[in-house]
Design a protein around this ligand. Structure first.
Ligand SMILES: Cc1cc2nc3c(=O)[nH]c(=O)nc-3n(C[C@H](O)[C@H](O)[C@H](O)COP(=O)(O)OP(=O)(O)OC[C@H]3O[C@@H](n4cnc5c(N)ncnc54)[C@H](O)[C@@H]3O)c2cc1C
Ligand code: SF4
Length: 329
């Protein structure tokens, strides 16, 4: 049995002073970290509890949305302003994990969860470049790739990112606010999770000495008409096979502006930029028109043997998300 030390951080500065030290892991809700320790994915010497830090608060107003990193998934989902002005966030959260997990799990921890690739999570040693750099990729080497990426993978790793919230935030042009002893910086959510390239073991752009303090959605994003569609193998307590988040602005029934991101298909939430160019001018009830606009983003899809079905499924989920966003009153 491996042991570790446990400490509670009294202040943000005290946590930041500890962070650069190797073998230190922060713990918030603990719903990911404790699994990693049990599975041997992480073996920290110090577990630093940040739950006492003043990193809560939900501010929704004229200057946009700011949610503290230690807000729980439950509290954010239940917030009236979020439900009214940012329904895509509330829907993504209520479709995540279980009520018990959402009561513990935090917004910051949710964005830092790691892939659910079964080879990465295995309790026996299997080739996995993300877990053990240079060891290979059991998925690409003849394994089951049905849950893997159709966009953004590399020859070293084709894992997908599992956070539902991240997909909603990507469609909202949100940023992660990261603080270190050097100050604060904002990392766009669309670039927060790294593509694997040659280095699949680097998961995000967050540096070792940085703490997530909040996520922010800019004021110019009109999110009242937004919707999250999650396709999964059972209707609760299950990760997405594919998902789609859409935020639309309408003139009557005609789309004037759209932001669309999909999940379960790439190492990060995947924005459909070509689709966003095509959607303005289309009637939100014109299913064929929407399908054609969505298809514009799938020419670059690279399905693997075993996950070709995601190409069609993700397009259908996206059309549904856009239509349901448009139907929001
Ligand atoms: C059975 C199960 C089903 C699930 N289903 C879903 C699902 O359907 N959809 C979904 O989106 N998620 C799902 N999850 C994942 C769940 O949402 C995450 O486990 C949870 O959000 C992690 O938050 P936490 O606060 O518990 O993180 P922790 O376990 O406390 O931390 C996770 C990581 O984040 C770091 N960290 C935490 N907070 C900060 C911070 N503020 N700054 C810097 N680093 C920080 C920690 O050091 C650690 O490395 C599921 C999890 C389980 C166990
Ligand atoms: S897809 Fe990535 S996480 Fe999965 S086995 Fe391959 S290297 Fe590991």
């Amino acid at each position: 049995m491996r042991t570790f030390e446990y400490e509670r951080a009294a202040t943000i500065d005290a946590a930041l002073a500890r962070l650069p030290q190797p073998d230190t892991q922060l713990i918030a809700g603990g719903t990911e970290l404790l699994n990693w320790i049990k599975e041997g994915i992480e073996a920290p010497q110090l577990v630093l509890d940040i739950t006492g830090l003043p990193l809560t608060g939900i501010e929704a107003g004229d200057s946009g949305l700011r949610v503290g990193a230690l807000e729980t998934m439950s509290d954010v989902q239940a917030d009236r302003a979020i439900q009214r002005e940012y329904p895509v966030i509330a829907q993504a959260l209520v479709k995540s994990a279980s009520a018990q997990l959402r009561n513990m799990a935090t917004i910051g921890g949710n964005l830092l969860q790691r892939t659910r690739c079964p080879y990465f999570r295995a309790d026996v040693s299997l080739p996995c470049n993300k877990r053990e750099p240079g060891s290979g990729c059991a998925a690409l080497d003849g394994g089951d790739t049905s849950r893997h990426a159709i966009f953004g993978g590399s020859r070293h790793c084709v894992a997908t990112h599992p956070s539902d919230l991240a997909v909603a935030l990507a469609a909202l042009d949100a940023s992660v606010v990261a603080r270190s002893a050097r100050g604060e910086r904002r990392i766009p959510l669309t670039g927060f999770h790294r593509l694997p390239g040659e280095q699949p073991d680097r998961h995000t752009e967050l540096l070792a000495d940085e703490l997530i303090v909040a996520v922010e959605v800019p004021a110019e994003v009109a999110a009242r008409r937004s919707h999250y569609v999650k396709v999964r193998e059972r209707t609760s307590y299950e990760f997405a096979v594919v998902s789609a988040a859409a935020v639309v602005e309408l003139d009557g029934h005609t789309i004037t502006r759209a932001r669309v991101a999909i999940g379960g298909v790439a190492p990060r939430p995947w924005r459909l930029r070509n689709t966003e160019v095509e959607l303005p001018g289309i009637d939100v009830g014109d299913t064929e028109g929407l399908r054609a606009a969505v298809a514009e983003s799938f020419g670059e899809a690279s399905p693997l043997p075993g996950n070709e079905f995601k190409v069609e499924l993700a397009q259908r989920a996206t059309v549904r998300a856009v239509q349901d966003a448009g139907a929001t009153t």
